[in-house]
Design a protein around this ligand. Sequence first.
Ligand code: SF4
Length: 328
Amino acid sequence: MNDAAPPLLDVDGLALSLARFDGTARILNGVDLVVFPGERVALVGESGCGKTLTARMIMGLFDERGASVEGRIRFDDDDLLALDARGWDRLRGRRLTMIFQDPVAALNPVFTIADQLATVILRGGQAHTRVEARDLARPALAAVAIADPDRVLDSYPFQLSGGLNQRVLIAMALVNRPALVLADEPGTALDVTVQAQTLALMHNLTDASGAAVLLITHNLGVVRNFAQRVYVMYAGSIVEEAPVAELFAAPRHPYTQALFAAVPRLTGEGLPVGIEGGVPDYRVPPPGCRFHPRCPHARPQCHQPPPVIEVAPGHKVACVLFGEKRDG
Ligand code: SF4
């Protein structure tokens, strides 16, 4: 990672409203995040907080009627919100790739793995024929610890285990040497062992290739060994960002602290404490800090948008508690 370089991905003030028959849902509420070249970053939060939507918008895969978008997404020199079909063809599957949660849904059941991997390789321009593509597919599968690439290449997804399909997806995401991989809860549709293997593989392979990763997850436990920096998201807003060691040593935002309190401890000491309440109704989100109906420290000022305070180098918190300390 070279954070003296400009960010590879720069999401700035991303807001999304969706007009529905029963009202307008204001889902993303000004998301700011950056990923530097070669960096592994995690975006963490409960289900329904807007993580996957953010990833889909970055990939240009969000195209719903009645959507109103504000803000900016830059990737290298491209403005992704203004990109046309040709621009997406140049980026998606090449410089910018994505690994989805459920490998069974992500792979096409009626084509062999060889067909699907060859299509990706041909798109990337590394090969010009299917024979050449197959020659490149073998080492790509070997790199994700598939011992018998030819058997896997000649199989249909339903003939392979979930874990093998997940590795095929990783191979597909990395074979064109992307600059950035978005990974949306990879392996969580399977089991914890597959999830751990998936993240370990991605860690090693992206380290070797220099690709950056934005990992989307609801699970703080998987973040610690994988990411270098973390963004915590709540109800469409980033509420805290920090280097991973700093966040685990000293989570500051009340929501982040509640997320940590909800993680079961391997020592068996104490019981995990769930976060009371749920993600708000996006048609009528709470004004100001969207966490205030669930926050044990809420006060009248929380009905205004909270300030974003840098409490330590690279550690920022959106909460009035830290604004008060600094002002006082
Ligand atoms: Fe709690 Fe207020 Fe901080 Fe929001 S701004 S987390 S409601 S103290």
